[in-house]
Design a protein around this ligand. Structure first.
Ligand SMILES: Nc1ncnc2c1ncn2[C@@H]1O[C@H](COP(=O)(O)OP(=O)(O)OP(=O)(O)O)[C@@H](O)[C@H]1O
Ligand SMILES: [Mg+2]
Length: 256
């Protein structure tokens, strides 16, 4: 079996087909292969409908794959099931696009942050508050947020809480699907900086799905460009201006 100590995630020939009402096939992902190193950020860019979210859902196992393989932490990720999968899932968490919708309106922040942990073990009230307080600090919010409810926070604050919640299980991989797209530019920038800092502190890897090529290149090490369900190219983010692929060039020009 494939093994490499520095690789966290490897996707091989991954495909997913959907069937339209008229019976025609739509390959939302087709023969996708790439790897992600430990502590690396790989941005996934491409126009709307290119298959970015489908790819993330396949990796998260929120959607069954049609064919292909995924290895996570050197394990055959698609072969895991039951208790083994449940345990391994702690290593891979996701932050979604709409922060407020992702938070249960009936729960306060302390509860929201610790909920994933409670799915795995018992957490007393005091311990929960302690953990939530530490994570709030890491995402740049003070402890007065512990007792707030989602409707009492801004979109940017809510997204910080969603990131704290995604970190509570100490994942190796954080998947952000348009996690900053619904936010103002300045808030977006703050969240992007936060993600970079958390990576330095925790060594977490990111798959960062983003429409905005300029933002994607500014926080990632490499960019994977998707078009019509396929990988057009993977390029080092620093060299984005020198992209030679015509589709990548078009995408970059459109974003300038
Ligand atoms: N559950 C589904 N059933 C049928 N088709 C789907 C389903 N999910 C996605 N698709 C189709 O697969 C293609 C890729 O969709 P996907 O959501 O992955 O794109 P995306 O790159 O994330 O787009 P966006 O940037 O708009 O979020 C689209 O044509 C979409 O209509
Ligand atoms: Mg999407």
């Amino acid at each position: 079996m494939w093994k490499d100590k520095d690789v966290l995630l490897r996707v091989e020939d991954l495909s997913r087909v959907f069937y339209r009402e008229n019976g025609r096939e739509l390959w939302a992902c087709k023969n996708i292969s790439f790897s992600l190193q430990k502590g690396e950020t790989l941005a996934i860019v491409g126009e709307s409908g290119s298959g970015k979210s489908t790819l993330m859902k396949l990796i998260m196992r929120m959607l069954p794959v049609t064919s292909g393989a995924i290895y996570f932490k050197n394990r055959d990720w698609l072969a895991l099931s039951g208790g083994e999968l449940r345990k391994a899932r702690q290593g891979m968490q996701m932050v979604f696009q709409h922060p407020i919708a992702a938070c249960d309106p009936r729960m306060n922040v302390s509860h929201i942050i610790c909920e994933p942990l409670r799915n795995y073990r018992q957490v007393g009230k005091l311990e929960g508050q302690q953990i939530a307080r530490q994570l709030l600090e890491q995402v740049g919010l003070d402890e007065s947020f512990l007792r707030r409810y989602p409707h009492e926070m801004s979109g940017g604050q809510c997204q910080r809480v969603a990131i704290a919640r995604a970190l509570v299980l100490e994942p190796d991989l954080l998947i952000c699907d348009e996690a900053t797209s619904a936010l103002d530019m300045s808030v977006q920038d703050g969240i992007a900086k936060l993600l970079v800092r958390l990576q330095k502190e925790r060594g977490v890897s990111y798959l960062f799905v983003c429409h905005d090529i300029a933002l994607a290149q500014s926080i990632s090490h490499r960019m994977l460009v998707m078009h019509d369900g396929q990988v057009v190219e993977v390029l080092p983010s620093k060299q984005w201006r020198e992209a030679s692929n015509p589709y990548t060039k078009k995408l970059i020009e459109a974003s300038l």
